[in-house]
Ligand binder design. Structure first.
Ligand code: MLT
Length: 306
């Protein structure tokens, strides 16, 4: 049976699944630095969320490590190339948080359209300004989705229920082949040019870094709302700031940032921007689902290796 280190928070049920399979589990959420290196020296499996940075250096020192389980979607905190070079398998629980991230995306779109945070702040400040927070209807407007994977599709479905027209771009074109009925397939440029609301659902890779840069922003429809619940870095923050200040972008909602936390970022506190602290996947349901899913996958992968 294997020795498993869990270095970020995992639900009790996830931990039970690992233990019930007979593995020895060291549950040490928040472990960092030398303590992490030392705890990992004997571990055969490591389970993380986004808190632990699984660097090439960490992997090099983990002589017994055979697999890394990521309770969540993004693997940008894991040096996958370094892991693969050592034959270490990297597993994710991508399916667990799809609905939750899609719902947070809809919350941000609605909050931007109806100016909810600003109206709330005004009332909290003792004012009653009924004429100031006139918003826009989503019905009849066009949602442009960049990245039509699991989360992009879940957002499309929800936006369609709001009577939005949904257009999308996905570089893999898988979506086009899979018979989507509620989404119109468009080129990246067409999505930029036609969207009233633009939402990103792609991983951060060399190809997606800075996808919404100054050139892309220059193509946007004036008055567009931009939402990013995918990964910081997909949207070039300096370019977005310029777009907001010029008025081309009417508002933005960001759950993810180039640097987290985004200390000193002019986007935090900007009068046209809603920010949330990377909580797209943060519901009780999603956290439970990703914990259970990753525990099951780790147990199955360890069994397959014996
Ligand atoms: C994910 O990748 O699962 C979400 O962004 C949440 C997280 O990073 O923990």
């Amino acid at each position: 049976m294997a020795s498993i280190l869990v270095s970020d928070a995992l639900s009790e049920r996830g931990l039970e699944i690992l233990r019930a399979a007979g593995h020895t589990v060291a549950y040490r959420p928040g472990l960092k630095g030398a303590e992490l290196v030392s705890a990992l020296s004997e571990a055969e499996a490591l389970v993380v969320r986004s808190g632990t940075r699984v660097t090439a250096e960490l992997i090099a020192g983990a002589r017994s490590l055979r697999l890394v389980g990521r309770a969540g979607v993004g693997v940008d905190n894991i040096d996958v190339a370094a892991a693969e070079a050592r034959g270490i398998e990297v597993l994710t629980a991508a399916e667990g948080s799809t609905v939750t991230v899609a719902e947070h995306t809809m919350a941000l779109i609605l909050a931007l359209a109806r100016r909810v945070p600003w109206a709330h702040a005004s009332m909290i400040a003792g004012r009653w300004e009924r004429g100031v927070f006139t918003g826009v209807e989503l019905a009849g407007r066009t949602l442009g989705i960049i990245g039509l994977g699991r989360i992009g599709r879940a957002v499309a479905k929800r936006a369609a229920a709001f009577d939005m027209r949904v257009i999308a771009f996905d570089s893999t074109r898988e979506a086009a082949r899979s018979g989507e009925t509620i989404v119109e397939w468009r080129s990246f440029e067409e999505v930029l040019e036609r969207a009233d609301v633009l939402s990103f659902h792609v991983p951060l890779t060399a190809a997606t870094r800075g996808l919404l840069d100054a050139e892309a922003i220059a193509r946007l429809r004036p008055g567009v709302l931009v939402v990013n619940t995918s990964r910081g870095g997909v949207v070039d923050e300096r370019a977005l700031l310029a777009g907001l200040d010029s008025g081309r972008v009417a508002g933005a909602a960001l759950d993810v940032f180039e640097q987290e936390p985004p200390s000193g970022s002019p986007l935090v506190g900007h009068p046209k921007v809603i920010v949330t602290p990377h909580v797209g996947a943060a519901t009780h349901e999603a956290q439970e689902k990703v914990s259970v899913l990753i525990a099951e996958k780790v147990v199955a992968a360890l069994a397959a290796r014996r």
